[in-house]
Design a protein around this ligand. Structure first.
Ligand SMILES: [Zn+2]
Length: 96
């Protein structure tokens, strides 16, 4: 059973995805089931602790829809993983 709240969240998420162009910025896949919201600067330290809360997501979606977030991009699960791996490689190099 889908509650009204999660239905609203799905709608918000879909609108936020549309607002950001509706596809992965790297490979262009437009299947919203694999798309996720990525911090361009990949830092997110200040927000990370809230990331798993519904309140955080609702606020994030609303800000994106309102055009208030230019630091969020769409990545698919694959590209998100690749970006994380590249970042790790980069940190390995820079720590030498
Ligand atoms: Zn992708």
């Amino acid at each position: 059973m889908v509650s009204k709240t999660s239905k609203n969240m799905q709608n918000l998420r879909r609108k936020a995805i549309e607002k950001l162009g509706g596809k992965c910025v790297r490979c262009g896949i437009s299947d919203e089931r694999v798309l996720c919201f990525d911090h361009v600067n990949s830092d997110g330290h200040t927000e990370r602790k809230e990331v798993n809360s519904a309140v955080y997501h609702r606020k994030l979606y609303q800000q994106i829809i309102a055009g208030e977030r230019d630091d969020i991009q769409l990545l698919c699960a694959n590209c998100n993983q690749i970006k994380a791996l590249e970042k790790r490689e980069w940190e390995k190099i820079s720590n030498k």
